[in-house]
Design a protein around this ligand. Sequence first.
Ligand code: FPP
Length: 250
Amino acid sequence: MANTHQTNNELKQAIIDSKLRHIAFIMDGNGRWAQKQNKPREYGHKHGTETFKRVIEHCHDLGIKCVTVYAFSTENWKRPKKEVDSIMKLLETYLDEKYPDEACVKFIGDMTPLSDKLKKKIKKAERETEGRPLRVNIALNYGSRSEITNACNLLIQEGKTFVSEEDISSHLYTSGSPELDLIVRTGGDIRISNFLLWQAAYAEFYFTDTLWPDLTDNDINEAVASFCSRKRRFGGLDTEKSKSSNGVEQ
Ligand code: FPP
């Protein structure tokens, strides 16, 4: 869909009006992007990391409060060691940079199998960036079913015999983030891949064939403009009364 908002200011106003606060990205297509240039897949992840930094910066410029990205799933361990190691290394480098200055970095997922070095860097970065205005959730060794199961087990450990939706939400890794509004998936596939299943209950979806390293600020504007043009009814009815062409409520 075309970006109908002519300027960033109009888009920013539309974001405020439509209460868009939290966008999640499935960053797909790094491998294909590299292979198209006869380069190893690791080259795609390196460029994908640059895209990630650009995307969070642009989202912050637009006034988005929270960005969640799918960096590594529980299934991604099946990839060749060289590729897995390269992704972990990129994450380490990012943790040293903690870019941009406004980012409050949180890792979501099961950190247990990570190296001690990476675990230490994650804890340090989370501590040092606490309280910054742009929440950046990085899903690492993340699987949504496992996240929900983990939340249930935590509640059992707390002695709960009856749980509410709020109990589950507050025991997910994303606790403290605003409600998820929009999921953007690059790379042409139209599926959710065990990502934020609970959180996506009322989210809007946007799919694009663009490969993640090619994603531009304008592509993000288009996804956001598409979100802003949609009517979200959350299962209810439109609350806004329809207006006639002279603005009189009907
Ligand atoms: C999916 O593309 C991408 C990944 C599994 C890894 C994404 C990781 C990064 C961009 C680096 C993360 C770093 C930070 C700092 C967040 P794919 O490899 O499955 O692509 P393909 O479908 O073309 O094979």
